[in-house]
Design a protein around this ligand. Structure first.
Ligand SMILES: Nc1ncnc2c1ncn2[C@@H]1O[C@H](COP(=O)(O)OP(=O)(O)OP(=O)(O)O)[C@@H](O)[C@H]1O
Ligand SMILES: [Mg+2]
Length: 365
C-alpha cells in the first residue's frame, strides 16, 4: 500500500509537470477512483459505462459497475458474505450471513517463538559491501484453532519468508515452533513430510503452482494417494468429484488442464488441491491479490465456506488491508522482519497504536 501510494503520487506529479494524458488500467477501483478524471468500465470486451469518475463512483448507471463497487470487502459488514457482481446484476440484494467459525475455546494450534531468518546478500560484481538481510527478526505469535489470523505488511517485509518457515519449506536460523503441542523446531525436511498433509499452502500465482502437463484430476489424485493413503480407487474418484464441486467448479473441469481455466478458476483448482490433503491449517499467501474484485469476492466467500465445512484454521497473508480486515479474527502487522502490532482486527483497524499501522491505513484508497 505504501509503495503503491508513492508510485501513484509520482505519476500524478509527472502528469502535472509534463502536461501528460494518462490511461491508467487497473482492477483496483479504489486506485482508479483516486487517480482518474474519467472512467471507462469494460466487461467481456464491451464498454459498459463511460463517464466522470465522480458520476461512476457515486451514481453508477449499470448494474455491472454497481456490482463492482458493492463486492469490495470494505463495503461489507464482516457478519455478511461478500456481495458478488452476479447478485447485483440479477437483482438479488439479499445480504447473506457468513458461516459461523468453529471456536475451540482458544486452543492454540501453532505457537512460534523468537523466529529468525537472515539472507546473506553478496557484494555485486560492481563492488559494494556484502550485507545481511534480516527477513524475519525475532517473531513470536500464536494461532488459535479455528481462527483466521491475518498478516499484513508492505512488500519485502518478510511475510513469505515467515510463511515458508512455518510450513517447513525453509529452515529458520533460530526460534521455536510448537505445532499442536509438539516441538517441531528441529524437524528436518524429511520429518516435515509427515506434517505436509496437515499444513497446506495456497500460493499467490496459481499458474506457476500447477504442472501444466497434468489434468486437474491427476493433480488431485496425486495429493490423495500421498496424503490420504487409506482411500481405495473408488473413494479417491468420488472425493475428486466432491472437491471440485466444493470449490464451485463442474465435474468436467477434472479433465481440463491449467491453461484452460481463467485466473479465478485456477485459484479454485489450487484451493481444491490444498483441501485434498485433508489439512487442518492453511496458509494463504497473497492468494487473491492477482484476482479482480468480482472474482476476489467469490474466492473469499469460498474460503470462508470451506473453513466452516472443513473445520480449518487460516493464516491469511495480504498487502490489502481491507481484505485482511474482512477475513481475519486477529491481525499481525509486520515491518522489516518484525511484528510491530498484533491484536483483534477491530482493535487494529479502529484504534491502531503503532505509527506504522497508521501509515499503512492512511495509504489505503
Ligand atoms: N532467497 C532469498 N535470497 C536473498 N534474499 C531474499 C530471498 N528471499 C527473500 N529475500 C529478501 O528477504 C526480504 C523478505 O522477503 P519476503 O519474500 O519474505 O517478503 P514479502 O513480505 O513476502 O514481500 P511481498 O509482499 O513482495 O511478497 C526481502 O528483502 C527479500 O529481498
Ligand atoms: Mg510474499
Amino acid at each position: 500500500m505504501t509503495v503503491q501510494k508513492s508510485v501513484l503520487d509520482l505519476i500524478s506529479r509527472l502528469q502535472i509537470e509534463h502536461h501528460t494524458a494518462v490511461v491508467f488500467i487497473s482492477h483496483d477501483l479504489g486506485v482508479v477512483k483516486c487517480i482518474a478524471d474519467n472512467v471507462l468500465v469494460m466487461q467481456q470486451g464491451v464498454a459498459r459505462e463511460y463517464d466522470s469518475a465522480d458520476k461512476i463512483f457515486n451514481d453508477p448507471s449499470t448494474s455491472y459497475t454497481k456490482g463492482l463497487i458493492a463486492c469490495k470487502p470494505e463495503n461489507t459488514n464482516k457478519k455478511y458474505r461478500l456481495t458478488t457482481v452476479d447478485q447485483v446484476i440479477y437483482g438479488e440484494t439479499l445480504s447473506l450471513l457468513r458461516p459461523p467459525t468453529n471456536r475451540n475455546d482458544g486452543q492454540v494450534i501453532y505457537r512460534v517463538e523468537g523466529l529468525k531468518k537472515s539472507y546473506g546478500k553478496r557484494a555485486s560484481i560492481f563492488g559494494g559491501k556484502s550485507e545481511i538481510i534480516k527477513a524475519v527478526n525475532n517473531v513470536s505469535f500464536e494461532i488459535r484453532k479455528g481462527e483466521t489470523l491475518g498478516l499484513v505488511g508492505e512488500s519485502g517485509c518478510g511475510k513469505s519468508t515467515l510463511s515458508k518457515i512455518i510450513t517447513g519449506l525453509l529452515i529458520a536460523d533460530a526460534g521455536v515452533l510448537i505445532y499442536n503441542g509438539v516441538d517441531i523446531s528441529g524437524y528436518s525436511m524429511k520429518d516435515w513430510r509427515q506434517l505436509r498433509g496437515r499444513i497446506q499452502f495456497i500460493f499467490q500465482d496459481p499458474f506457476s503452482a500447477l504442472n501444466p502437463k497434468h489434468s486437474v484430476k491427476k493433480v488431485l489424485e496425486e495429493v490423495l494417494t500421498k496424503h490420504q493413503v487409506s482411500l481405495n480407487k473408488q473413494e479417491r474418484e468420488s472425493l475428486c468429484n466432491k472437491l471440485i464441486i466444493d470449490v464451485g467448479l463442474s465435474v468436467d473441469s477434472l479433465y481440463k488442464y491449467p491453461h484452460q481455466f481463467s485466473g479465478g478458476q485456477r485459484q479454485r483448482v489450487v484451493i481444491a488441491r490444498a483441501l485434498a490433503a485433508n489439512p487442518e491449517f492453511i496458509i494463504a499467501d497473497e492468494s487473491v491479490s492477482a484476482l479482480d474484485v468480482s472474482v476476489q469476492a467469490q474466492v473469499l466467500n469460498l474460503l470462508n465456506d470451506l473453513k466452516a465445512e472443513y473445520n480449518l484454521t487460516f493464516l491469511f497473508i495480504s498487502h490489502d488491508l481491507s481484505v485482511v480486515n474482512y477475513m481475519s479474527d486477529r491481525v499481525m502487522v509486520m515491518r522489516e522482519g518484525e511484528i510491530v502490532e498484533y491484536g483483534t482486527a477491530e482493535e487494529i483497524y479502529t484504534n491502531p497504536r503503532h505509527s506504522y499501522t497508521q501509515k499503512l491505513l492512511d495509504s489505503v484508497y
